[in-house]
Design a protein around this ligand. Structure first.
Ligand SMILES: O=C([O-])C(=O)C[C@H](O)[C@@H](O)C(=O)[O-]
Ligand SMILES: [Mg+2]
Length: 429
């Protein structure tokens, strides 16, 4: 076990270009914060992980980074124990709604798990490099050679308000025709075969029309709609009834487990969530009340790849399906998502990924989707190489920011276009 001892942990917050994607809380800011975690071992192996870069996450990552040297990258269980000792200012987080990740109610544990997830990925990457094994082998071995992803469609504007940020050539998508055009480009460029539309932006009838237009353009393709809990129970039931013949699942139609249970009782459309079940203690009430039929795993939420595999075992036990959620992320996270997804027997649905929306990355070679799938790398560790110059450029942007972009705030970005905008109360419709 020589050479596996951690000698240094480097934290590099970055700001990455992000398009004006709309959701129920507002619009993405022109740049999104991410944190790159690098774990260096005595033997010289460097492992990378990635997670949310907002201030609350950095506040936890810093003491954890200081405490890790001297431990081994193979000591993943010890990493969790160590993370549990990091103080979180609960008064600042408990029971407030997580506006950043659209993740339901925030808690100190959720923040801590999202931070430790990047450390676990970095440790696995370093361990794999030191032992000449891919990360999937450290998780028990891949069950498939590639992982399927779904096209993640967003209503969006052509440019950020005031022309801020980087321009792209996607144009606006604010109606059914725009959504279908976006989906066609995703299918053409990446081969995606299933489609998820981020909803909760327009009146439900407009979003129903967009999903209907998708169903006509892509007959038989699995479709999903996710308004992030913006609808009441009756509205959710109405949408489910109108789209029941084309939806693969309806994601977080309404907020909270009791409301989801009411909706589930009134429809045979499966309900999925990345909001009411994102930690283990949230599982019992949701599974026993039949509130969710599909959990969107996300290694950033659950504490890393090993905890995600534990979640998969619980879902198997209860006959609940498993898909995968994403927030704005770079290639390090896509590689980690792909490794863990390849090892989970019951990942029955195509995974979500924002990656096609990210024009910037910190990798020397971007990962690619072929036929909607990402190949599972057999190279040591995650199988990706970090471009230190790119990392430095994106970190410089973070350093140069006056603080306004260092915390995701979709409502603030919306106020650039609509000064009266406040985060809508739910149910919105
Ligand atoms: O499935 C989800 O809820 C998400 O992907 C949450 C994200 O924050 C998404 O709404 C976004 O990027 O605006
Ligand atoms: Mg969702």
């Amino acid at each position: 076990m020589t050479g596996l001892t951690v000698t240094d942990v480097r934290l590099t917050p970055v700001l990455v270009s992000d398009p004006p994607l709309l959701n129920t809380q507002g619009v993405h800011q022109p740049y999104a914060p991410r944190l790159i975690v690098e774990v260096v071992t005595e033997g010289g192996a460097a492992g990378f992980g990635e997670t949310y870069g907002d201030t609350q996450y950095l506040d936890i990552a810093r003491p954890l980074a200081e405490a890790l040297p001297g431990r081994r990258v193979s000591d993943l269980n010890g990493l969790f124990t160590l993370a549990g000792t990091v103080e979180v200012d609960s008064a600042r987080v408990e029971d407030s709604v997580d506006v950043g990740g659209l993740r339901g109610v925030q808690s100190a544990d959720k923040l801590r798990l999202s931070v430790v997830s990047a450390f676990e990925v970095a440790c696995l990457d370093a361990l794999g490099k030191a032992r000449d094994l891919p990360v999937h082998a450290l998780l028990g071995g891949k069950l498939r050679d590639s992982v399927e992803y779904s096209a993640y469609l967003f209503y969006r504007w052509a440019r950020h308000p005031g022309g801020r940020g980087e321009a792209d050539d996607w144009g606006a998508a604010t109606d059914p025709a725009g959504v279908v055009a976006q989906a066609r480009r995703f299918a053409r460029d990446h081969g995606f075969r299933s489609f998820k539309l981020k909803g909760g932006v327009y009146e439900p009838d407009e979003e129903i029309a967009a999903v209907r237009a998708l169903a006509e353009a892509f007959p038989g393709a699995p479709l999903r709609l996710d308004p992030n809990g913006a609808w009441s129970v009756p509205t959710s039931l109405r949408v489910a009834a109108e789209l029941r013949d084309v939806l693969e699942y309806l994601e977080d139609p309404t907020s909270g487990t009791p409301g989801m249970a009411e909706v589930a009782a009134g429809t045979d459309v499966p309900l999925a969530t990345n909001m009411c079940v994102t930690t283990f203690p949230e599982i019992p009430p949701a599974f026993t009340s039949g509130a969710v039929q599909v959990v969107l795993s996300d290694h950033h939420y659950w504490g890393g790849p090993t905890r995600t595999r534990e979640l998969a075992a619980v879902c198997r036990t209860f006959g609940v399906g498993l898909s995968m959620h994403s927030n704005t992320h770079l290639g390090i996270s896509l590689a980690a998502m792909t490794h863990v997804a390849s090892t989970v027997p019951n990942l029955d649905y195509a995974c979500d990924s924002h990656y096609p929306w990210q024009s910037e990355d910190v990798l020397t070679r971007r990962l690619t989707f072929r036929d909607g799938r990402v190949d599972v790398s057999d190279a040591p560790g995650l199988g990706v190489e970090v471009d230190r110059e790119r990392l430095a450029v994106l970190h410089r942007r973070w350093l140069d920011d006056d603080g306004t972009l260092r915390d995701r705030d979709d409502a603030a970005a919306m106020r650039e276009a609509d000064p009266e905008w406040v985060t809508p109360a739910v149910p919105r419709w």
